[in-house]
Structure formats: structure tokens, C-alpha cells
Design a protein around this ligand. Structure first.
Ligand code: NAI
Ligand code: MG
Length: 353
């Protein structure tokens, strides 16, 4: 039985790094079982058709077993938010790891952000009251907070096995090195100010963790931003509301050497969508110099999600090896092209299989 994988490269470097990741997947045996189906979305589609996300692309993602997405430009909110909804994604898993061989501000960083993926300030309730006054309604529900917390408990529970191995050399515990992480997870919020919304988020997450016997610590969002910069090794798995997860994971990208390294997974109950954290990078698009690591590591998360753990590990190790010894794209101080880095990863994959 073949598995249908939707590919939605999108705009800018999305259309460079997604095909690169697919060539890595094609070097593996398991993917002979995959049927890749391409969907279009993004600014270039809006220019041609007047809509950034055609219904057929939405339907493809909503029915495929998994999706690999690249990035969309100015139409990002009109593309990625509906696509995350198409897989009914309730959590965005964003690992941020420093790699040997990559110059990082904080070389011991090994974090995984579990970001609420449906509500908060991204629920879309914005309005313009008058010409000079606009408002935004923030939505937090017990059910979405509890669903995230249940996932987080499973994620940190070694024996329970995580839904996604996030990319480290270790095999479980959410893919994080077992010796590096504090127990349980950290809940990041701002309930001291947003007592209703973040209060409900914090209380629900902590309650669920207590019933599951998982340890939690709480850190206010602003204090977390400072503390994670000063010493990221204090933290491991970080559970946060939607906007906080978006911002803090990009901040963590800065600690480990840039956006070209961060993969992510949008997990739903029955399907999932995988994407690099970065956007379309218009400053380097079309030059074949984008770092393909984030997209390739996202593809490894896809393999893990579909149950191909060995292949996922093979791909991750190949990326780690290439990051350790080169070649490197310009964002990491090298002069290699996207194609050269991808070919080096493929050569290492082929050696292993
Ligand atoms: P960006 O992530 O596209 O770029 C930020 C910086 O990081 C740029 O200097 C870029 O060259 C660099 N960078 C990003 N990925 C890289 C890679 N793989 N290799 C080497 N360098 C890389 O974010 P920016 O500039 O804020 O947004 C550009 C466009 O992307 C905007 O139109 C935005 O709406 C869209 N965007 C889309 C997202 C999505 O589709 N999920 C997410 C973030 C931004
Ligand atoms: Mg972002």
C-alpha cells in the first residue's frame, strides 16, 4: 500500500529546498512506497489565479498521509494557516539544536518548542473599530490547551514514545539527548498580565501534567527570552501559546546558527504537515544558495511520523555529518550551493543504506 505525500513547495527558496529534500527521500528504500503529489500555493499562484491557496491544494493536503511544505511569501497567512487547519494540527513541534561544526551563539542548545497551533492571537479575530483604533481578540480554550498538554506529556515520556523524533542522535525522549534535558517540560506564559487567557492556558497545561505525573516548571515569557539566551541548557521541552512559540523558536534559531537549520512538524490526530521554520528568503531566492538542512530535517520528521524510524535516523545522521564536516552554504559561512550540500547529504545517506 503506498502512502500519499503532498508536496507544496510554495514561493522563493521553498521551491528550492523542498525538491532538494525530496531527492534525499528518493535515496531511501522506504520511499519507493511513497506517491508524491505536488500542489501549488503562494504569491505566484495568487498572481496567476487570484487566490494563494487553490481548493485542490487544500483538499490534497487534507487527504494526504503527510505533507512537506516549503514557504509562502506575503500570502503566508492565507496559505499556511489554512493548511495547518487542513491537517487539524493542534501542535507545532519546533526543535532547535546546535550542531557540531556549526558556529552557534550557544553551542549546547537542545530545545524543542511545542507550540499551540490553533488559537491565541492567531485565531484571526482582528477588527478596525475606527480609522485610528484597531483591536484583536485572543482566544484560549481549555480543550486546545489540554490537547497540547497531553501531547507534551507523551512527548517527554520516554517509554510512551513520542509522535515525532525531533532530530537528535538519541532515539526517543522526543529525540533529545537524554542526559541534556531537565525533567518534564517548561510552561511559558504571561498569566501575570493576561490572567484570563494565559491563566486558563497555564492552569490547564499544569493540571493535565499533574494527572499524568509529568513534572512542569513555569517561566514568564519575557523572563524566558532572557534566560534562554543566557543559558539554554536550563531548558528542554518548552510548551507555549501560539505567538510565543512562533517568536521564541525564531529566537532559538539565532542561538543555534540561523533559520536554515530549524525543521518543524504540524501534528494533527490523523495527518501532519512538515515545514522548515524559515520563510521564502527573498534576499537569496533563486540563487541556489539556500541551506537545505531545515527542509531535509523536516523530511526526516515526516519519515519518523510515518513510522520509518531507521530511515529518519539515517537522514538526520547524514545531515549532522555534512554540518560537521561540510560543505556549508553561505549562511553557515561556506560557499557551497544548495545542490552541493544536498548531494553531500545524499552521498552520506547512500553509504548508510
Ligand atoms: P525568512 O525566514 O524568509 O528569512 C529571514 C532571513 O533568514 C533572511 O536573511 C534569509 O536569507 C535567511 N534564511 C532563511 N532561511 C534560510 C535558509 N534556508 N538558508 C539560508 N538563509 C536562510 O523570513 P522573512 O525575511 O521574515 O520573510 C520573508 C518572506 O517569507 C515573507 O514574505 C514572509 O511572509 C514569509 N514567511 C513565510 C513563512 C511560511 O510560509 N511558513 C514563515 C516565515 C516567513
Ligand atoms: Mg515564524
Amino acid at each position: 500500500m503506498s502512502e500519499e505525500i503532498a508536496l507544496v513547495p510554495g514561493d522563493g527558496i521553498g521551491s528550492e529546498v523542498v525538491p532538494a529534500a525530496v531527492t534525499v527521500l528518493e535515496a531511501l528504500d522506504s520511499t519507493s512506497r511513497f506517491e508524491f503529489v505536488e500542489g501549488v500555493a503562494g504569491d505566484h499562484v495568487r498572481e496567476e489565479r487570484g487566490e494563494a491557496l487553490p481548493q485542490e491544494t487544500y483538499d490534497l493536503v487534507a487527504s494526504a498521509d503527510a505533507t512537506l511544505f516549503g514557504a509562502a511569501g506575503e500570502s503566508a497567512a492565507d496559505v499556511i494557516l489554512p493548511l495547518r487547519a487542513a491537517v487539524d494540527s493542534f501542535v507545532n513541534v519546533r526543535p532547535a539544536r546546535a550542531y557540531p561544526g556549526v558556529d552557534a551563539l550557544r553551542p549546547k542548545t537542545d530545545l524543542v518548542f511545542l507550540r499551540e497551533n490553533t488559537e491565541g492571537v492567531y485565531a484571526g479575530h482582528e477588527s478596525r473599530l475606527t480609522g485610528d483604533v484597531s483591536t484583536l481578540t485572543r482566544v484560549v480554550t481549555r480543550s486546545a490547551s489540554a490537547r497540547l498538554a497531553e501531547f507534551a506529556c507523551e512527548f517527554v515520556d520516554d517509554s510512551g514514545g513520542s509522535a515525532v523524533d525531533t532530530g537528535s542522535q538519541s532515539d526517543t525522549n522526543g529525540g533529545r539527548a537524554a542526559d541534556a534535558s531537565p525533567e518534564g517540560f517548561t510552561v511559558v506564559h504571561k498569566a501575570n498580565v493576561m490572567s484570563e487567557t494565559d491563566g486558563l492556558f497555564r492552569d490547564t497545561v499544569v493540571e493535565v501534567a499533574e494527572t499524568q505525573g509529568v513534572e512542569t516548571t513555569e517561566v514568564l515569557m519575557d523572563a524566558f527570552a532572557t534566560r534562554v539566551c543566557l543559558d539554554p541548557t536550563q531548558f528542554g521541552v518548552v510548551v507555549c501559546p501560539n505567538l510565543a512559540g512562533d517568536v521564541l523558536s525564531d529566537l532559538a534559531a539565532g542561538l543555534v546558527g540561523g533559520l536554515g537549520l530549524l525543521p518543524s512538524a504540524n501534528i494533527g490526530p490523523e495527518r501532519a504537515l512538515f515545514e522548515p521554520v524559515h520563510g521564502t528568503a527573498p534576499d537569496i531566492a533563486g540563487e541556489n544558495v539556500a541551506n537545505p538542512a531545515a527542509a531535509i530535517l523536516s523530511a526526516a520528521m515526516l519519515l519518523e511520523y510515518l513510522g520509518y524510524e531507521n530511515d529518519a535516523r539515517t537522514v538526520r545522521r547524514a545531515v549532522e555529518e555534512v554540518l560537521a564536516s561540510g560543505p556549508h552554504t553561505p549562511d553557515l559561512g561556506g560557499s557551497a550551493t544548495t545542490t552541493e550540500v544536498t548531494d553531500a547529504v545524499i552521498a552520506t545517506v547512500v553509504e548508510q543504506v
